[in-house]
Design a binder for this molecule. Structure first.
Ligand SMILES: Cc1cc2nc3c(=O)[nH]c(=O)nc-3n(C[C@H](O)[C@H](O)[C@H](O)COP(=O)(O)OP(=O)(O)OC[C@H]3O[C@@H](n4cnc5c(N)ncnc54)[C@H](O)[C@@H]3O)c2cc1C
Length: 423
């Protein structure tokens, strides 16, 4: 533990005389200045996972960190809410029992036209309403003594040699280290001019529609989730998903379209048209006012993931461009960030020059560059005949990838078979 511990994050604010550096309009309001060892910006899965992993390493970290989020949980977050086996394993290792309010997916279908491969598991993954999932995670952190300040937006970030000065709506925090976990559109990244290395912004486009659905629907009855890549024929670099889910106990269908844009040189597909067609194939009507969109930042191999005293985690760092899986990776970033922070305090070296290497050495996060390559290969193909051949050979491709990295397809290839399409 760090001998020069700052005043407890949970205790009284440390009032300090303001330096010239603190003469901003906000500091003129006589707001308190606090000092803390670790400030986590964003109480989504990445931020809360960082807090939970620190506390798991040493309960004393609870008093040395503050988590701030501009939203108040439960807050809505556009998301399918699918948590795969890799994410479930991280939660399990943290000693957390997954909440009962979810839909266990026992059959995951990969579809292209009439070619459908089903993968079975008990479950293959779990679908939980994101607002409820994130709220549950926040409560787990609070139960372990972590101070999570909700409804507190960060409005400015100024790194100095000895600390990072973070301006929030409720005052100024001087943090020895800052975890930037404020999502795909990361305000902090933009504020710091933290550029990406990729030629084009590494942002996937997603549209989502959630509508009430009967519990008798075959996807609910069978615990089936569908990843329908047929929209690749329309130029979408991704798929349409159908996830049975629950919201406040009511059965809902979570559908949407994911367009990775890893091939930025290809024209942008009209996503609303693709979604409308997908709904019509499923014999459902799509009310355009129910469509919501949000990007996912994907992993940028050449990009910096850290600066002195600052680490990126979760969507702010970049997740998976292949299927847009982000929750497991956000949880994984939290583990790696927590270890990097503990090592920094132990050594007294806050450069975080090894954070990028730590990310690439992690069994889960090391998949990200591979998933970028995989997405670039698959989403390059335009010919419908070649696409059909690739999807026909899907089981063989999965087996090959499992030989390269078992974690990349976290399910048993033996439990895969061809099934009839539902539409
Ligand atoms: C439509 C859609 C569907 C998806 N479906 C899936 C899926 O089924 N499975 C899956 O694994 N992934 C899915 N994802 C990806 C997944 O949602 C993200 O990867 C995941 O939320 C990343 O978590 P995070 O903690 O990095 O960021 P977030 O969950 O976005 O959390 C960031 C937090 O930072 C806070 N914040 C932002 N700005 C500030 C500020 N200035 N000050 C303070 N706080 C701030 C926000 O309020 C928020 O709570 C989907 C994404 C989209 C858009």
């Amino acid at each position: 533990m760090n001998g020069q511990m700052s005043k407890s994050a949970n205790g009284a604010n440390e009032q300090m005389s303001k330096s010239a550096n603190d003469q901003s309009p906000i500091s003129n309001l006589q707001s308190p200045i606090e000092m803390v060892d670790v400030l986590i910006i964003g109480a989504g899965p990445a931020g809360i996972s960082t807090a939970l992993h620190l506390v798991q390493m040493d309960a004393g970290w609870a008093g040395r960190m503050i988590v701030v989020d501009k939203a108040v949980h439960p807050r809505e977050k556009l998301c399918g809410g699918g948590v795969t086996q890799t994410g479930l394993a991280i939660l399990d290792a943290l000693g957390l029992d997954f909440p009962a309010q979810h839909v266990p997916i026992r059959e995951m279908r990969f579809q292209f036209g009439k070619i459908v491969h089903a993968i079975y598991g008990d479950p293959v993954f779990r679908v939980m309403h994101r607002a409820a999932f994130d709220h549950w995670l926040v409560r787990q952190a609070e139960a372990r003594g972590v101070s999570v300040r909700q409804g507190v937006a960060v409005t400015d970030v100024q790194p100095t040699a000895d600390f990072v000065r973070v301006v929030t709506e409720q005052g100024i925090i001087r943090a020895k280290t800052v975890v930037i976990a404020d999502g795909s559109t990361s305000f902090v990244r933009r504020k710091l001019g933290w550029a990406h290395a990729a030629e084009h912004p590494p942002l996937a486009r997603l549209l989502e529609v959630i509508s009430p659905e009967s519990a008798d629907h075959p996807l609910f009855a069978g615990g089936i989730a569908v990843f329908d890549f047929s929209v690749q024929r329309e130029g979408v670099q991704g798929y349409v998903w159908d996830f049975p889910s629950l919201r406040h106990g009511q059965t809902m269908m979570n559908r949407g379209v994911f367009d990775s844009r890893v091939r930025a040189e290809h024209p942008r597909a009209p996503l609303k048209t693709a979604l409308t067609q997908a709904f019509s194939v499923r014999q459902c009507t799509l009310a355009t006012e129910t469509i919501h969109g949000h990007p996912i930042r994907w992993f940028d191999a050449g990009g910096n993931l850290a600066r002195p005293r600052m680490l990126l985690a979760g969507d702010a760092a970049g997740v998976d461009p292949f299927v847009g899986e982000g929750i497991s990776f956000a949880l994984g970033y939290g583990q790696v960030a927590a270890r990097a922070i503990a090592a920094a305090f132990a050594r007294g070296d806050f450069s975080f020059s090894d954070y990028g290497r730590r990310v690439l050495a992690d069994p889960l996060l090391s998949q990200l560059p591979q998933r970028v390559k995989l997405a670039r290969i698959l989403y390059r193909i335009k010919s419908p005949r070649l696409l059909a051949m690739v999807w026909y050979l899907f089981p063989l491709i999965v087996r090959f990838y499992r030989l390269v990295n078992r974690n990349i397809a976290p399910f048993s290839a033996a439990k895969m078979r061809r099934v009839k399409p539902l539409w």
